[in-house]
Design a protein around this ligand. Structure first.
Ligand SMILES: NC(=O)C1=CN([C@@H]2O[C@H](COP(=O)(O)OP(=O)(O)OC[C@H]3O[C@@H](n4cnc5c(N)ncnc54)[C@H](O)[C@@H]3O)[C@@H](O)[C@H]2O)C=CC1
Ligand SMILES: O=C(O)[C@H]1O[C@H](OP(=O)(O)OP(=O)(O)OC[C@H]2O[C@@H](n3ccc(=O)[nH]c3=O)[C@H](O)[C@@H]2O)[C@H](O)[C@@H](O)[C@@H]1O
Length: 439
């Protein structure tokens, strides 16, 4: 099928590359000209494993290309995906400015009926409102055509995005006509999509996306809250998570205690969901507490370091390993490292920061502070340090050379914010070890 993808961020570019790889013909467009320049130069503007190769492969075989104008991007297309950002507004609701910019332009440019697919995460009612806006714009131009608006929320995880898009657990389609459902089924007909295709009303599709993210986030907050009790009573949250996860009714995923979730989506989508509850005048005590528990978790963990050092934290040097919100991405949106760094700096520690994908954009996210410096190597970061705080569980941190580490550090103390290391091994190597909810 002939497809346009508008918005080439994490979701848009992965969608464009993956659909082109299944044999569809895809043209991508983004309002950010620098992003397009990089793509024309075969550079991917962000880090996602495997994406550079997939883009290059499909550009080469001419199933994927990029356009500098919306007008050319949508010419002769059957389906137009919209995957622009929907960041949180000041009241927590999703800011739909980017989406409506695209819809207004489409209202001026379209001269044929197409299927418009909303991939961006949008509050309930948005698809219906877009339907009204776009089709009114077309009508005001004297055109007798009606575009189908389809909600097709995305469930990919950064760092795992190509796999997730190629092997989804389900495909959710919210539409109002048989024609739209059939177009989407044809789009997802390539044999790799063996999962259930769920057809529903757009409102249910929109809310399914928020429900999934809030539910996953609630599991994380639940284990994190429990980890504080485990810490206090000498129980081990890792063993408790296994005991929980082996119950078929619960399942093992998203039960890892740590520093809480970050990223562009859980925090913003929960704010947006809270806003929807407020708008309807419905109490949302459970949803409200997900985010509250999450931010408390950073304090809970920073307090371990602050208590360990006492007054001596002023004058101490602490290395932070892992800065991105999770491994295998360079995304710093709502990364726990940002909050943790602030808390430790405020307590008086000097910080040495390292991340495997450390780049200028990551450095810029931290305060310009004489007490904070960056290291280009994980061991360089710990030279003369009084403690290491493991913030993001990149694979390269999984099995450090403990004896080298001990030799480089001033005092051998580990704060393992992701329960990545075996406490018994760390202690046998001569380290004082603190995890999350572990005795
Ligand atoms: N990042 C993720 O893992 C996931 C994100 N989502 C949702 O997908 C949407 C996009 O998220 P990301 O890809 O992370 O955002 P992003 O910020 O990485 O990319 C958005 C892109 O849209 C472009 N854009 C903004 N306004 C535009 C316009 N008027 N015309 C053309 N391009 C425009 C921006 O320049 C940017 O390149 C959001 O609604 C998000 O909630 C859903 C599932 C997963
Ligand atoms: O809407 C979105 O943007 C996406 O949000 C999440 O994906 P993502 O944020 O990329 O990454 P996750 O793997 O879900 O991790 C989110 C955060 O939770 C944390 N986490 C995850 C799992 C866990 O057990 N414990 C835990 O603290 C991670 O460290 C990370 O900070 C969802 O998993 C995707 O399904 C969804 O499409």
């Amino acid at each position: 099928m002939r497809i346009a993808v508008i918005g080439l961020g994490y979701v848009g570019l992965v969608t464009a590359a993956s659909l082109s790889d299944t044999g569809h013909h895809v043209i991508g467009y983004d309002a950010d000209t620098e992003k397009l320049e990089s793509l024309w130069n075969a550079e991917i503007p962000f880090f996602e494993p495997g994406l550079a190769q997939l883009v290059a492969k499909n550009v080469d075989r001419e199933t994927l290309s990029f356009s500098s104008t919306l007008d050319t991007a949508i010419q002769d297309r059957e389906i137009i995906f919209i995957a622009v950002g929907t960041p949180p507004g000041s009241d927590g609701s999703a800011d739909l400015t980017n989406i409506y910019q695209v819809i207004d332009s489409l209202g001026q440019l379209l001269d044929r009926a197409v299927t418009i697919v909303i991939k961006s995460t949008v509050p309930v009612g948005t698809n219906q409102a877009i339907d009204h806006t776009l089709n009114s714009l077309l009508k005001s131009r004297g055109l007798q055509l009606s575009c189908d608006i389809v909600s097709n929320p995305e469930f990919l995880r950064e760092g795992n995005a190509l796999y997730d898009v190629a092997h989804p657990d389900r495909i959710v389609i919210g539409a109002r006509s048989r024609r739209a459902f059939d177009t989407m089924r044809e789009l997802y007909s390539p044999s790799q999509f063996t999962c259930p295709v769920l057809e529903m009303e757009p409102a249910s599709a929109e809310l399914s996306k928020y429900a999934a993210n809030a539910f996953l986030a609630s599991r994380i907050s639940f284990v994190n809250e429990l980890s504080r009790l485990a810490d206090a009573v000498g129980a081990d949250i890792e063993q408790i998570s296994i005991a929980l996860g082996t119950d078929d009714r619960i399942g093992p995923h998203f039960l890892r205690a740590g520093l809480g979730y970050g990223g562009s989506c859980f925090p913003k989508d929960i704010l947006s969901l809270q806003h929807m509850f407020r708008e309807q005048g419905i109490d949302s005590a459970l949803t409200n507490s997900i985010q509250q528990v999450n931010s408390e978790q950073r304090n809970f963990f920073a307090t371990k370091a602050i208590r360990h050092f006492g007054d001596a934290i002023d004058g101490s040097t602490i290395a932070l390993w892992g800065l991105t919100f999770k491994p295998d991405t360079d995304d710093m949106r709502e990364a726990p490292s940002l909050e943790l760094a602030q808390l430790l700096l405020k307590a008086g520690a000097a910080l040495r920061l390292y991340d495997p994908v450390l780049n200028a954009a990551i450095r810029e996210r931290f305060p310009d502070d004489s007490q904070l410096e960056f290291a280009d190597d994980m061991y360089e970061a710990v030279r003369g340090a009084d403690a290491v705080v493991l913030v993001t569980e990149w694979i390269e941190f999984a099995e450090p050379d403990f004896s080298k580490l001990r030799g480089l550090m001033r005092t051998p103390v580990l704060f393992d914010g992701r329960n990545l290391w075996d406490p018994a091994v760390a202690r046998s190597e001569g380290f004082t070890y603190y995890g999350v909810g572990r005795p």
